[in-house]
Design a protein around this ligand. Sequence first.
Ligand code: INI
Length: 159
Amino acid sequence: MAELSGSPTGTGRRVAVVASRFNETITRALVDGALDALVRHGARVDDIDVIWVPGAWELPIAVRRAMATERYEAVVALGAVIRGETPHFDYVAGEASRGLADAAHDSDVPVGFGLLTCDTMEQAEARAGGPHGNKGWDAALAALEMADLLDHLDVEHES
Ligand code: INI
């Protein structure tokens, strides 16, 4: 039996952090968390690009374009959708999530999913460097771990 898993090593990795400006106090905290995770795990600052888009709705197209450059071994998508009084939340959160999933499935590049979908600003704050941690950090680590795992799977497959 073989057991495979990846390690979240950023050494030598080029990473795109794609973040939305909507609810910017939250998303900047997510970006800070992601950058901290990437650098602490060995990524060079010069190998990280932070790409800003207006809102979560725009995340998938920017993620796809970033992947198409073939510059990155991992992508981290960050945003914050917070429920308002209308069904707008459901459309933005649903389509952004689906678009990111589609982009990830259509590509060999792992995407860390750091899109907060919260009922309140307090819930978002709690997940952007508060009591529930920083989901930007978590998404960055997941992307690095998956990049490493995919490398291992490629080697296993070749041998
Ligand atoms: N975008 C977000 O990232 N979060 C939100 O909470 C949000 N709300 O609530 O409207 C939001 N809307 C903007 C949307 O993502 C697009 O940028 C906009 O519709 C222009 O295309």
